[in-house]
Design a protein around this ligand. Structure first.
Ligand code: TXA
Ligand code: MG
Length: 297
């Protein structure tokens, strides 16, 4: 990374494709490898709050959230500091920056060894499901990486929650994720929705997480030629794939992207997905499913 090269990096959420956040050429190569639109900024990964404070202006709400959830799957968007090492291109030219401290021993070891912020978008090519295993990460963008680190399957399986904390603005939920809305609200109060100003939540503009086959959501049974992704005990035996036979949302989150990939590999006419409750982690799971189905974003 010090030479401007890319690295496949495991985190607790999903695998990332990592680069030196301060090196515009490395960051340009990263956008290119992912086929990512350059208006969509990247998350700067840091070892913890001290480094984060040198990059972003944290208010009391950001401090409280970092204290509660870091290291962990929560990304905070705050005004960028003049002294920030994160290059303009990595921020897509915005005056804000997204930061998160990953809860993963290998990612933390890389951050400690590297000594500066590391940008790491999910290691999928833009628009595809995020990789949650080493093999899937290598298949997506491994060819662009000089070093590929195998951390085994990701514990959480769903990307971090993205919350913006800007001056004179309510805390906004830009992307539901592994830390639930309820857990965040318990600390900073109810979350406002993403700003209508698309520049403030650019991630909402792009098509996301999509397998090749079309998705049919809230399906009780598969139709002819469809693969089926079930959820919960009732639907066991109907299909080969089940997000969580026990109906557990954490397990479903961890299995979501690998189930989508496994269903896609069957080359079905479509992938039917059973209903998933909207409570807790279900909000983030349903967000990913709706985007994969092309219903939002
Ligand atoms: O769990 C994760 O967050 C994973 C792992 C690898 O850390 N990373 C990840 O990165 O999901 P990516 O690039 O796939 O998603 C980053 C999201 C995008 O929706 C992007 O628009 C948003 O964060 N984002 C980044 N900087 C932002 C900013 N300054 N303002 C608003 N949104 C921002
Ligand atoms: Mg992504």
């Amino acid at each position: 990374m010090q030479r401007g090269q890319l690295v496949i990096l495991p985190t607790e959420t999903v695998y990332g494709l990592a680069a030196d956040a301060a090196n515009p050429r490395a960051v340009a190569a990263l956008y290119e490898a992912k086929g990512r639109p350059r208006f969509n900024p990247l998350i700067a990964h840091v070892d913890g709050r001290d480094t984060a404070r040198r990059i972003a202006a944290f208010d009391a709400r950001a401090e409280a959230l970092a204290e509660a959830f870091w290291p962990g799957p929560l990304t905070l968007v705050a005004p960028v500091r003049d002294t920030s090492a994160v290059c303009d291109l990595a921020r897509a030219g915005l005056d804000t920056v997204a930061v998160r401290a990953p809860d993963h021993a290998l990612a933390q070891a890389v951050l400690a060894g590297f000594g500066g912020p590391i940008v790491a978008p999910s290691a999928n090519r833009s628009g595809r499901p995020s990789p949650t295993t080493y093999e899937d990460a290598c298949e997506e963008t491994g060819a662009f990486a000089t070093v590929r680190l195998d951390g085994g399957p990701c514990r959480v399986g769903l990307e971090s929650t993205v919350v913006s904390l800007l001056p004179d603005e309510p805390a906004r939920l830009l992307r539901p994720g592994a830390v639930t809305r309820e857990a965040i609200a318990a600390i900073v109060g109810a979350l406002a929705p993403a700003d209508k100003d698309a520049r403030r939540s650019p991630g909402r503009l792009t098509r996301h997480y999509a397998p090749d086959a079309p998705l049919r959501l809230n399906a009780d049974f598969p139709e002819a030629g469809e693969a089926f992704i079930a959820f919960g005990p009732d639907r066991q035996g109907l299909g080969v794939l089940n997000l969580s036979p026990a109906g557990d949302l954490s397990e479903a989150a961890a299995n979501l992207f690998s189930c989508l990939r496994a269903a896609d590999a069957l080359r079905p006419r479509a992938i039917a997905v059973a209903p998933v409750p909207e409570s807790g982690l279900g909000e983030a799971i349903n967000d990913r499913l709706s985007r994969a189905a092309g219903k939002i974003g």
